[in-house]
Design a binder for this molecule. Structure first.
Ligand SMILES: *[C@@H]1O[C@H](CO)[C@@H](O)[C@H](O)[C@H]1NC(C)=O
Ligand SMILES: *[C@@H]1O[C@H](CO)[C@@H](O)[C@H](O)[C@H]1NC(C)=O
Ligand SMILES: *[C@@H]1O[C@H](CO)[C@@H](O)[C@H](O)[C@H]1NC(C)=O
Ligand SMILES: *[C@@H]1O[C@H](CO)[C@@H](O)[C@H](O)[C@H]1NC(C)=O
Ligand SMILES: *[C@@H]1O[C@H](CO)[C@@H](O)[C@H](O)[C@H]1NC(C)=O
Ligand SMILES: *[C@@H]1O[C@H](CO)[C@@H](O)[C@H](O)[C@H]1NC(C)=O
Ligand SMILES: *[C@@H]1O[C@H](CO)[C@@H](O)[C@H](O)[C@H]1NC(C)=O
Ligand SMILES: *[C@@H]1O[C@H](CO)[C@@H](O)[C@H](O)[C@H]1NC(C)=O
Ligand SMILES: *[C@@H]1O[C@H](CO)[C@@H](O)[C@H](O)[C@H]1NC(C)=O
Ligand SMILES: *[C@@H]1O[C@H](CO)[C@@H](O)[C@H](O)[C@H]1NC(C)=O
Ligand SMILES: *[C@@H]1O[C@H](CO)[C@@H](O)[C@H](O)[C@H]1NC(C)=O
Ligand SMILES: *[C@@H]1O[C@H](CO)[C@@H](O)[C@H](O)[C@H]1NC(C)=O
Length: 823
């Protein structure tokens, strides 16, 4: 094509550089806006899970536990109030890791392999109330470790390797109430002095360390609020209190102390431990006689005494009876106010009827993990008893009068025994709310087995039996043997009486689940809120009777598609767990049919990664109502080349070109266009104008051609020639072409219409002819340069043959030759 500008294009290079620079700047700015336009405004944070309501930061949680993290993630939302980094591999907390998290109240970092915390690293957390650093590798608590944590009230440092505590490390922790230093390497009570003198300290746990003595002269200025001291499992040889350093102590745990054989107990004055009402003396190697003497040193205010692991086997048990009988009046005085007796895990085989009669206020009696073969008579005639735990025994029969007088019972734990049948033994337990009977050998149940349990809200047993529980709220029939051969209706529906049931759980570890669930299986459960199962073949109809459902757990159910939820009308469901299924893609319509959804668990599904997921990925990253747990771990199963790639790492952005990208591209184009236009106008004004006219001419040309094509041409050729060449045209050209070859030519002096504008005549002539013949002579060239760019025929010089010329001209004039060729 012929270019309108070619040679004299000059450039001011400074101006050009400036313009390029300006363009780049614009592009960078646009790129920056593009990045900014995609902020972390949804629930998505790489390697972490955000939970809670984004518009209510007071309870927003960021959960990053168990992710193999080696550094603290960046971009944690500033307004987070609860951050969980448990179970990672962050060995060192760097100075700036928590910068800006001034709203953080709870920081949980157990099992994170921390051995070092840089000075001041925790200082940004000015609102922190709970700090969890348990199960790490800290060895020393240095001077500036906790600086700035003025609001800290709970500190977990258990299971570290701490041996030394610097004297000023706790100085600024004026709000600290509870410190857990269990399982460390502390050996000198003086190390604990900076802690016990904190003004608001209430609970101190220093069990399982290496203290060999506890002596009151080693500590001083103790917090007057200190009410709990856990010294258990230290090799204490001496427990000596000679001054009133623990005046308000209520709970003293020295269980399993004195492993060195014996423990010297020296409490000078009864008043020193006068407020202790809970005392744990389990596992201490002491004779009952000495134990009695120990008990005489505490005031009779004791309401809770634990003496686990003191009685081994039945012979010792008898001795124990005798001892209890023989114990001094003082001991019985000590027991008088007890509300809870815990003699679980002692090898007990029986308990006499009157053992605990003197305890007037007993409300909880824990007898689990023993070798009782029947419900002990000692549990009868305890009118205040509310909770009885008989789990993990070998009870193999229930008697009719076992529970007959216990009308105040609210909780009865009988799980893990050998009970074979039930025939109405619970009849009188009218206040019972929780009855746990699972893991027995129940083979039969008589009619009315659970009659009278009108207030029962939680029943856990293995056999489906549900007639009598109008108030039942939770039913767990996991581990069952139920099977149905098809999904046909049951008559009557199994749960039709359970109109108050809110939670139904049917996990089936023992069987591989049901292949069919009858379509009226859930009929009657009009209050059901939560349904958990592991079955397959769920049809939308199943959900019709349970309109209030808000939580649905369908893990391990071999579900391949969630489409059945669309027709199920689960508009109230807020919690959906469909992990460990065979779901490959998620249809947008499914999530649209769950408008209330706030929690979605789809972990461990074999996703097919492709453009069909693009919307899903975008939705997960941006939706601020629904939290998709573990989204960062969703893994592709198909196509093969993406297998084991994380779904969120697959490049899907080309599938969804969103509005932002359109805006970006069009803005960029607009800017570039403006630049080019102003450039062109500035430097190439005349070329632009010329180009404009050329363009107009092109349009005209096209129009004319369209006009003429259908009619065919008026002439075969239009002859363009200089006035000086007219004689040649009339003498040589005209006779040859019109005479010999009978072409029809258009000559301006002969064929132009008089009175018409010259330019119109020329145009009509050209467009009315199939070809244009230019007669080019030196004179012609003087005004018409462009012919140099075209092929042309030359008239032979004097003396040469003219035949070839005429022959070539004839060929070119033939209709099939391209019209635009200029001869
Ligand atoms: C989030 O909190 C705001 C204000 O507290 C409330 O209006 C909104 O309903 C809450 N959203 C959810 C999903 O709980
Ligand atoms: C959640 O997103 C919607 C639109 O997607 C928006 O109107 C709303 O303000 C967002 N809420 C929060 C708390 O960001
Ligand atoms: C995310 O966790 C993986 C391991 O699960 C780790 O390799 C990666 O570095 C983490 N990414 C970030 C940004 O922390
Ligand atoms: C510390 O606790 C006090 C009392 O609860 C509270 O008024 C103050 O705002 C808290 N400080 C910070 C930084 O949150
Ligand atoms: C203290 O730490 C021990 C050991 O980890 C733990 O068993 C106990 O529950 C903790 N106690 C408190 C009150 O945190
Ligand atoms: C205990 O308090 C007294 C007076 O307040 C002070 O003189 C003494 O140094 C303190 N003892 C310790 C070990 O801090
Ligand atoms: C001692 O008994 C108390 C209950 O009084 C219990 O909380 C604590 O865990 C027991 N301590 C040990 C070491 O078993
Ligand atoms: C023992 O406790 C009772 C309250 O149960 C109290 O009245 C009495 O003063 C206490 N005795 C001593 C010596 O502190
Ligand atoms: C139930 O209590 C009554 C009165 O307190 C008593 O007479 C009866 O023997 C008790 N029944 C059993 C089985 O202990
Ligand atoms: C059952 O519970 C209701 C409400 O909690 C209570 O009023 C009623 O007394 C209870 N019935 C029995 C027999 O305890
Ligand atoms: C779906 O459920 C909502 C409320 O739970 C109800 O208003 C609506 O009529 C139901 N739609 C259908 C088609 O059943
Ligand atoms: C999603 O489900 C709707 C309703 O069942 C269906 O019409 C649509 O074709 C599905 N879309 C895809 C991509 O499968």
């Amino acid at each position: 094509m012929f270019l309108p500008f070619s040679t004299h294009f000059y450039v001011d290079s400074g101006l050009l550089l400036f313009s390029l620079y300006y363009t780049l700047l614009c592009l960078c700015f646009l790129m920056y806006c593009w990045v900014l336009a995609d902020p972390v405004c949804g629930y998505f944070l790489k390697n972490c899970t955000i939970r809670g309501n984004l518009s209510d930061p007071s309870n927003m949680k960021v959960l990053c536990y168990n992710r193999n993290l080696e550094v603290i993630p960046i971009a944690i939302p500033r307004k987070v109030s609860n951050l969980d980094l448990a179970m990672n591999k962050v060995s060192k907390i760097e100075k700036l890791d928590f910068k800006g998290l001034s709203n953080l109240k709870i920081l949980n970092m157990p099992r994170t392999q921390i051995s070092q915390v840089e000075n001041g690293a925790l200082g940004y957390l000015e609102a922190l109330q709970v700090l969890g650093l348990a199960h790490n590798r800290l060895t020393t608590l240095s001077d500036y470790l906790f600086q700035g944590l003025a609001n800290l009230s709970l500190l977990h440092l258990d299971n570290n390797l701490i041996a030394t505590i610097s004297s000023s490390s706790f100085q600024t922790l004026s709000s600290l109430k509870t410190v857990n230093l269990t399982k460390n390497n502390l050996y000198n009570m003086k190390e604990v002095q900076p802690i016990v003198q904190l003004p608001h300290l209430q609970e101190l746990y220093i069990g399982s360390n290496r203290f060999t003595s506890f002596q009151s002269q080693e500590i001083s200025n103790t917090s007057i609020e200190l009410r709990l001291l856990d010294l258990s499992r230290n090799p204490l040889g001496v427990f000596r209190i000679t001054a009133d350093v623990l005046p308000y102590l209520e709970v003293l745990d020295i269980a399993y102390c004195g492993q060195l054989g014996r423990m010297e107990w020296d409490v000078l004055n009864r008043s020193f431990l006068s407020n202790v009402n809970r005392l744990n003396l389990s596992g201490i190697e002491m004779s009952f006689k000495r134990m009695g003497m120990v008990l005489q040193t505490v005031n009779s205010s004791l309401v809770h005494l634990r003496m686990q692991d003191l009685l081994n086997g039945s012979s010792v048990l008898r001795l124990e009876y005798n001892n209890i009988g023989n114990l001094s009046e003082e001991f019985l005085q000590s027991c008088k106010h007890m509300t809870e007796v815990d003699i679980s895990n002692t090898g007990l085989t029986q308990l006499s009827e009157f053992s605990f009669r003197s305890i007037e206020q007993l409300s909880a009696f824990k007898l689990g993990h023993n070798r009782l073969s029947s419900v002990p008579k000692a549990t009868r005639n305890l009118p205040t008893l509310k909770i009885l735990d008989l789990s993990f025994n070998i009870i193999n029969k229930l008697g009719c009068s076992d529970f007959s007088n216990l009308t105040g019972f609210t909780q009865l734990f009988l799980f893990h025994n050998q009970i074979p049948n039930i025939k109405g033994e619970f009849k009188s337990l009218t206040s019972l709310k929780t009855l746990l009977l699972y893991d027995n050998q129940i083979a039969s149940m008589e009619d009315g087995a659970f009659e009278g349990l009108v207030n029962l809200t939680e029943l856990n047993l293995e056999i489906l039996c549900s007639r009598d529980f109008h108030f039942l709220r939770t039913l767990d029939i996991s581990c069952n043997y139920i099977t149905y051969v098809n999904d046909g209706k049951l008559d009557p529906p199994p749960f039709s009486h359970l109109t108050s049931l809110e939670n139904l759980r049917i996990f089936s570890q023992r069987h591989k689940g049901l292949s069919h669930l009858p379509i009226n299986f859930l009929e009657g459960l009009k209050s059901l809120l939560s349904f958990q199962n592991e079955f397959t073949a769920l049809t939308p109809k199943l959900f019709r009777p349970i309109p209030r459902l808000n939580s649905l757990y369908l893990s391990k159910a071999r579900i391949q598609s969630l489409d059945f939820l669309i027709a199920a009308n689960l508009s109230r469901v807020t919690f959906l767990q469909v992990s460990k299924n065979d779901i490959t893609v998620v249809n947008e319509t499914v999530l649209q049919s769950l408008p209330a959804l706030t929690y979605l668990d789809m972990q461990d599904n074999p996703f097919t990664c492709g453009c069909s997921d693009a919307w899903f990925v975008q939705w997960m990253e941006s939706d601020n109502q629904t939290q998709v747990v573990g989204a960062g771990e969703f893994t592709c199963n198909y196509p093969a080349d993406l297998k084991d790639t994380k779904l969120l790492d697959v490049e899907l952005q080309f599938c969804t070109v969103d509005l932002g990208l359109y805006c970006y591209i069009s803005t960029t184009c607009l800017v570039l266009l403006t630049l080019v236009a102003s450039f062109a106008y500035h430097f190439l004004k005349w070329h632009v104008i010329f180009g404009y006219y050329l363009f107009l001419a092109f349009l005209y040309d096209t129009k004319q051609r369209n006009k003429l094509t259908p009619h065919g041409c008026q002439y075969d050729a239009f002859i363009s020639y200089n006035a000086h060449d007219k004689p040649w045209v009339l003498r040589e050209l005209l006779p040859e072409l019109e005479g010999k070859q009978v072409w029809k030519l258009c000559l301006h002096h002969r064929d132009f219409q008089p009175g018409k504008r010259i330019i119109d005549n020329i145009m009509d002539g050209i467009y009315g002819s199939r070809k244009t013949i230019c007669v080019i002579s030196h004179r012609y060239l003087e005004s018409e340069k462009l012919v140099k760019r075209r092929t042309y025929l030359s008239w032979p010089r004097a003396g040469e043959q003219t035949g070839v010329f005429w022959q070539q001209l004839r060929v070119l004039l033939r209709p099939c030759v391209n019209l635009s060729n200029i001869i």
